[in-house]
Design a binder for this molecule. Structure first.
Ligand code: IPM
Ligand code: MG
Length: 369
């Protein structure tokens, strides 16, 4: 088959390259065993790009990202670049990719694999069977609002400003996306803001309510963000889909991720608006960061990156069967007792990053024999 599926891999820093290698292994497997080829390019992003080019995302890399069907992104950042100027910091490269590619809908599923229900910091009965989706607005809000900055006042003290700003259009499109995704799930959406305190929250609730009218088959409710944080640790299974702004989404998705036992398990998809042929710009990345403390030691859990690739198959290439296959293989290797250090439990088989990746491809072999 012709390799017409264009992927750009941006492994980034820290454990990024190690976990990306395990996706390469799966791509190699798909090429050989399923005769599905991808046209894969590699490039630098984050701290490693800064070291080479003096900026964390070059225009050339951005152009490549704009020209592919999907970007696979590892992780960026680390103490080494803490002193870099803000606009060149590793994180700035990621934020620029999100903004320039207009990836406004960030899907962060939090699913508890049966084998890991014990690894959660919450009681097993609270999390087992958990399957929720956070849809985080990704290109607006306080992350990008102007004015922002730190100024020195006359008396020598300083003043810092960030701006939380949303237009009705930005709220409309992300709520619409969330309601649409809910249609393929349990058809329940909780819209989260702080309308009791913030103007953006008032507008958010107003627009969410209006969009909800176009989805009479989906049950829409509203919740304040602080209450949502509490409900996530009190009774997470009450949620199906949560839709929320950029900052609340950042915080709540870390919280939801931990319910599943490890940040090392959670994938994400960042999607743009569908074009005329229903294709969306897309970037897939694990929710975890660069974990500089374990980088290079082959200890990292590659499963979040592998599951991000499964999301890529599902959303960018319409390959639901292959996505299911990869997800099943991951579930089975966990059931078989394979564990990287972050999810290690007594009596299980501790494996390295590479061994975990190989266990997944061995299971793919078995499943498709
Ligand atoms: C995330 C991360 C990023 C964010 C950082 C790395 C800029 O925490 O994707 O959740 O704050 O959005
Ligand atoms: Mg975050």
């Amino acid at each position: 088959m012709p390799a017409n599926k264009k992927l750009l891999m941006l492994p980034g820093d820290g454990i990024g390259p190690e976990v990306m290698d395990e996706v390469k292994r799966i791509i190699g497997w798909m090429d050989k065993r399923r005769h599905v080829s991808f046209d894969v390019a590699d490039d630098l992003v984050g701290g490693c790009a800064y070291d080479k080019h003096g900026t964390s995302l070059t225009d050339n890399t951005l152009e490549k990202a704009m020209g592919v069907d999907a970007v696979l992104f590892g992780a960026v950042g680390g103490p080494k670049w803490d002193k870099a100027e803000r606009q060149h910091r590793p994180e700035a490269g990621l934020l620029k990719l999100r903004k320039e590619m207009d990836l406004f809908a960030n899907l962060r599923p939090a699913t508890v694999f049966p084998a890991l229900a014990d690894a959660s910091s919450l009681k097993k009965e609270l999390v087992s069977g958990l399957d929720m989706l956070i849809v985080r607005e990704l290109t607006g809000g306080v992350y990008f609002g102007q004015p922002r900055g730190i100024e020195t006042l006359k008396d020598g003290s300083k003043r810092a400003v960030d701006t939380q700003v949303y237009t009705s259009g930005e709220i409309d499109r992300v709520c619409r996306a969330a309601l649409e995704f809910a249609r393929k799930r349990q058809k329940r959406v909780t819209s989260v803001e702080k309308a009791n305190v913030m103007e953006t929250g008032v507008l958010w609730r107003e627009v969410a309510t209006a969009v909800g009218k176009d989805f009479p088959d989906v049950q829409l409710s509203h919740m304040y963000a602080d209450n949502c944080a509490m409900q996530l640790v009190r009774n997470p299974k009450q949620f199906d889909v949560i839709v929320t702004d950029n900052l609340f989404g950042d915080v709540l998705s870390d919280c939801a991720a931990m319910l599943t036992g490890s940040l090392g398990m959670l994938p994400s998809a960042s999607l743009g608006a569908p074009d005329a042929s229903d294709r969306r710009r897309a970037l897939y990345e694990p929710v975890h960061g660069t974990a500089p403390d374990i980088a290079g030691q082959k200890l990292a859990n590659p499963l979040a990156m592998v599951l991000s690739f499964a999301m890529c198959l599902r959303y960018s290439f319409d390959m639901a069967d292959d996505a299911d296959l990869v997800e099943t293989a991951v579930r089975n290797v966990l059931d078989a007792g394979f564990r990287t250090a972050d999810i290690m439990q007594p009596g299980k088989k501790k494996v390295s990053t590479v061994e975990m990746g190989k266990a997944v491809t061995a299971e793919l072999d078995r499943l498709s024999a």
